[in-house]
Design a protein. Structure first.
Length: 256
């Protein structure tokens, strides 16, 4: 049974260097503009550099998180193999029930590793949320500054616009990223103690995590597709190209 291992550190920090490219700025229509705070924050230099700094600062935590994740995966695989009575490499509902009712020692080991990983993640999450909290405060000022500069009286979220003849003409993201970069050239990644933030900032943070996770999974799928295509292209007689000087059939090398 082949499984795909996904780095938890990547899940936490993936796409930190990904730039959200906003459409080129145009003259705003009748004093109306649109803005997407998520895209503006993630497109700012302070966000990207702040997340890179967090990755460097907590490199030891991230390495240990990856190690514990791999150990958990091994324990889960051992459990699945142990309770796979018919050896069909999958657990039936009955087999799953037996596994859950078994109170196998591996469950306690998995729980201990999960708890350790959560503890290791706490300072990383706090630093990331602090970065977003800082940028959110300056985003509010950037909105006022850009609105005054562009003579905009009303700014909507893109999802609030039912129809527009030229949506790009309404888009303020590029101007807001430029202004946010000016207001926040750098950002502190060490939160104060105690550190409190708003529910809105926490919601923005969770949305950013979802965007990063989706981008990570898309990159993994693309890499898998490219690997499969490369393997297929390397096999003789495939893709309409007959093999010359036939040799005895050999199995492809085992993936490691």
């Amino acid at each position: 049974m082949k499984t795909l291992k996904i780095s938890l550190s990547l899940a936490l920090l993936a796409s930190a260097t990904t730039t959200f490219v906003a459409p080129a700025a145009h003259a705003q229509v009748a004093g109306i503009g649109t803005a997407d705070e998520l895209s503006v924050i993630m497109g700012s230099n302070a966000f990207q550099n702040g997340y890179k700094q967090i990755e460097t600062t907590f490199n030891a935590n991230l390495t240990l998180i990856d190690t514990r994740a791999q150990e958990m995966q091994q324990l889960q695989q051992q459990l699945a193999t142990k309770f796979d009575a018919n050896k069909d490499q999958q657990l039936s509902p009955e087999e799953q029930q037996k596994m859950q009712a078994s109170n196998d020692p591996a469950f306690a080991q998995i729980k201990a590793k999960e708890d350790e990983m959560q503890t290791l993640e706490l300072p990383i999450r706090a630093a990331q949320i602090f970065v977003i909290d800082t940028l959110d405060k300056n985003y509010q000022q950037a909105i006022k500054d850009v609105a005054a500069q562009k003579k905009v009286n009303l700014i909507l979220s893109p999802n609030s616009v039912l129809w527009a003849a030229n949506p790009d003409a309404l888009n303020l993201n590029a101007a807001l990223i430029t202004r946010l970069d000016a207001l926040t050239p750098t950002v502190n990644t060490t939160p104060p103690d105690p550190f409190n933030t708003s529910r809105r900032v926490l919601a923005i943070y969770e949305q950013i995590q979802e965007v990063q996770q989706a981008r990570l999974m898309a990159a993994i799928r693309q890499a898998q597709q490219e690997q499969a295509a490369a393997q297929q292209a390397g096999q003789p007689g495939q893709q309409g190209q007959p093999a010359t000087n036939p040799t005895p059939t050999q199995n492809p090398p085992e993936e490691r």
